[in-house]
Design a binder for this molecule. Sequence first.
Ligand code: ATP
Length: 248
Amino acid sequence: TQTETVLEVNNIEVIYNHVILVLKGVSLKVPKGGITALLGGNGAGKTTTLKAISGLLASERGEVTKGSILHNGENTAEKDPADLVKRGVVQVMEGRHCFEHLTVEENLLTGAYTRSDGKGAVAADLEMVYNYFPRLRERRKSQAGYTSGGEQQMTAIGRALMSRPETILLDEPSMGLAPQLVEQIFGIVKSVNENEGVTFLLAEQNTNVALRFAHYGYILESGRVVMDGPAAELRENPDVKEFYLGMS
Ligand code: ATP
């Protein structure tokens, strides 16, 4: 059966500051309702790819100079982040990015600012977020800046969920977190994917965990896709094992 493609990136080039060519023709397809992983080492271009999709490049003096980005068939390469959020695409940035002076709950509520479906619906979604992240319910009155790294990552994902997205772009959710916590967060991502039908495109350096939870993976090296395939196949691929899974 043919699955619908929610996002299609076609041969994009991205340049920073008019001179630094960082993506040299990246193409990928994100199937609706799936978890797709963008893998590769430091500086491979994962974050840049996510930002190109979410419209966050412009604020970094980056631009897509070639290729197209189709969201449900429409080219969104020139759209700004707020527009993309309204269309259902939201990025969770690397490094948690909470509003440190707001409480956990206030942070979550900021995610709902683009919605116009009323307080009741927002309250119901807050409840949904607390059900996925019971820890956030316990910490809801705490100032986000004083919560742990794991709690801040949960808050960042929860805030994205509050916009009722179709697709979440998740940048390096494992960064700086203990293995057990990484496992827990990926487990929650998987249940959100399965229960709410939210599509995920996640960038990860932790190939091992990403390929256990994702359905499909793309490996980037120096701004190019060097390999892609179903996660189960990539996990068994000798090159992936040697270079990315740390075992030969
Ligand atoms: P990381 O895991 O370190 O974030 P990544 O795969 O996400 O790695 P990018 O952050 O996309 O990689 O960076 C790709 C390349 O683009 C790197 O060489 C980086 O130095 C460069 N780069 C990133 N942001 C900018 C910027 N704002 N201006 C200039 N160059 C940048």
